[in-house]
Design a protein. Structure first.
Length: 236
């Protein structure tokens, strides 16, 4: 079972070229912009004002999490035709999301301490808009911050994967309506809005890193389990 799961995960990773390309192009465009800004500043043509800030380069990798988790749902029929089992596809997709989440979390932290620090020192004196900083994860140390970001990204990827996988059925549309209804109805009503705040505090801003990590992992497993029901009825 483990070998078959890993085969599915590896196959998925090789078949999400669109996700890689879009993420790479986006990051490349912003990297080019930074290079141009550095050249203009060095030549005196343009001086970046004090307090100016930018988006962290690592944050653009969140695109890869979204696009890859959505794209793997399209590989179902291809996997089945290649002889994969539904159970292997189920676990393989979860493993795929976990691998992407771990890789993105690691690279984001590396970029935070290297590229971002360099750009702050020479160009963006106002700092960078970085998820791990603004969510407060980096305050818990590098290892804990990695785990917090990984757990959140895994939950996020699992949610996107499951929602996209359900779009070809009626319950997918129901889920879309429910999400819109929750945002529209809960936000303006104070008691309901408080429940939304509590939820986001749990999965993002919890004062306890252990609680935040555990909550994200449990929710990710629970949400992904819905895929097993959908795969059992999915036509090849």
């Amino acid at each position: 079972m483990l070998n078959k799961t890993l085969v599915v995960a590896k196959t998925n990773l090789r078949n999400i070229k669109t996700a890689y390309t879009i993420t790479a192009v986006t990051m490349g465009c912003f990297l080019l912009m930074d290079i141009v800004m550095l050249v203009l500043d060095a030549t005196g043509i343009f001086s970046n004002p004090e307090g100016n800030s930018t988006v962290s380069m690592g944050n653009f990798l969140y695109l890869l999490v979204i696009l890859s988790s959505a794209h793997t749902t399209l590989n179902f029929r291809k996997m089945m035709n290649l002889g994969a089992k539904r159970t292997s596809f189920f676990f393989g997709c979860f493993a795929n999301n976990a691998i992407i989440a771990a890789a993105v979390s690691l690279v984001c932290i590396v970029l935070y301490y290297t590229y971002d620090r360099y750009m702050i020192s020479v160009m963006y004196k106002g700092g960078t808009l970085d998820v791990i900083y603004w969510f407060g994860w980096i305050n818990n140390g590098v290892i804990v911050a990695f785990l917090q970001q990984f757990a959140f990204l895994l939950l996020f990827a699992t949610f996107v994967h499951t929602l996209v996988a359900a779009q070809d059925k009626w319950y997918g549309w129901v889920a879309d309506v429910m999400i819109i209804a929750i945002i529209s109805v809960f936000t303006p009503i104070a008691p309901l809005r408080a429940s939304l705040v509590w939820f986001f505090n749990l999965i993002i801003f919890s004062s306890s890193a252990f609680v935040q990590i555990a909550a994200c992992l449990v929710l990710a497993a629970a949400i992904h389990s819905l895929n097993k029901l959908m795969l059992a009825r999915k036509a090849i």
